[in-house]
Ligand binder design. Structure first.
Ligand SMILES: [Zn+2]
Length: 383
């Protein structure tokens, strides 16, 4: 059994929107990659000890909207290493919204099924830099039958990529497939807003209400948004999870974020990058969204981080995403960045600063120490 103690933690962002912060000093014991205990003060020793130097412990971020293909390569921007760069932005899990950037992606139902299964299996076998990529998101193509959804679900495929990316373009065509997908336990994503790249399509508020997906993706546009008034209708007339993304319209993100806060619906909100995409690869995108929602929409730091951790965990039924007993130890140590007006991570985030990352851990294994991408943290952990 491997044991690791993280002691001298200043405070813990739990990722649980019902109970988002534990004031320290706190010690967290990790056994075999899982959180065994969270104790106020000191809790003895362990095989291995990390002194957090009063930094803040938070769950690793979950990017709710990525477009990977295979491994750590994205043909959309001709780049390798984008997942490793995101790890240095505190991202320990990613959810695929469709492996749509595969060069020459075939559009027939058989190939769409094969691609979803292949992507899922490949990312199970190869985790770039340790990051959990939940991939294999079926793109809806004309001709898919109920049996196809059953078969894929039996093989473990649990995602339907953004409706609007494939040849099934209208809500009336998609509706029946959404019912089949949900019947077999799959989570269904739907593009909302203007056409993103050549070959995809525009999706309106009425389309979302008719198709009834699990997640209304990038309600702030990907990158072109529907008018905020229509976006509010999606929130009010459906029970979909609502997603805001970095590669969207930031004015709309501001309006929607404020609306969700004011109407006490932040528990429905999740945050994604929508990258790699035409906009690029954004390693700090999820932290930028957390600080945006916190600083601009007036949401506490400990609540804002739930939108990229515990909320996403709940929508997709993931093992990771919270600092609580029994959870996978996918964690990060953060602090105010050097030179920030804030004295700790909470104050810095609420002033709109991206925190400095001092460590990223996945299943109890340290994957990065001082981030090469964030500004340096004011304090540093002692390993
Ligand atoms: Zn999209």
């Amino acid at each position: 059994m491997s044991e690791l103690l993280i002691k001298n933690i200043g405070s813990v962002f739990t990722g649980d929107i019902q109970d988002p912060i534990v004031e320290g000093p706190v010690s967290v014991l990790v056994k075999d990659g899982r959180i065994a205990s969270i104790t106020k003060g000191d809790c003895g020793g362990a095989e291995k000890v990390i002194d957090a130097s009063l930094m803040t412990l938070a769950p690793g971020l979950i990017d709710s909207h990525t477009h990977p293909v295979f491994g750590d390569f994205t043909p959309r921007q001709n780049m390798i290493g984008f997942i490793d760069s995101s790890l240095h932005g505190g991202v320990t899990s990613m959810i695929s919204a469709g492996e749509v950037h595969l060069p020459g992606r075939p559009k027939d139902p058989k190939s769409a099924k094969a691609l979803a299964l292949l992507a899922k299996r490949c990312f199970e076998n190869a985790r770039p830099s340790g990051v959990k990529v939940h991939a294999g998101a079926l793109i809806l193509e004309k001709g898919l039958k109920e049996d196809d959804f059953r078969e894929l679900s039996e093989d473990g495929v649990s995602l339907v990529g953004e409706i609007g990316l494939g040849s099934v373009k209208t809500a009336s065509e998609a509706k029946e497939m959404v019912v089949w997908a949900k019947k077999y336990g799959m989570k269904v994503l739907m593009h909302v807003g203007g056409t993103s790249i050549p070959g995809s399509s525009t999706v309106t508020c009425e389309d979302v209400l008719e198709a009834n997906p699990t997640v209304a993706c990038h309600l702030n546009g990907g990158p072109t948004c529907i008018p905020p008034k229509e976006a509010f209708k999606v929130v009010e007339k459906s029970d979909c999870a609502i997603e805001l993304v970095h590669c969207g319209n930031m004015l709309a993100a501001f309006e929607i974020g404020k609306f969700l806060k004011e109407t006490k619906r932040l528990s429905r909100l999740i945050l994604g990058n929508d990258a790699p995409s035409g906009t690029g690869v954004i390693p700090l995108g999820i932290w930028r969204m957390v600080t945006f929602v916190s600083g601009m929409c007036g949401v506490s730091a400990e609540t804002a981080i739930c939108l990229a951790t515990g909320n996403t965990k709940k929508v997709f039924g993931l093992d990771e995403g919270m600092v609580k007993k029994g959870a996978s130890a996918d964690l990060q140590l953060i602090d105010a960045p050097m030179g920030s007006e804030g004295k700790n991570a909470k104050e810095a985030i609420e002033k709109g600063d991206i925190p400095g990352i001092g460590m990223v851990m996945i299943e109890g294994a340290v994957k990065a120490q001082i981030s090469r991408n964030t500004p340096p943290p004011a304090r540093k952990p002692i390993f």
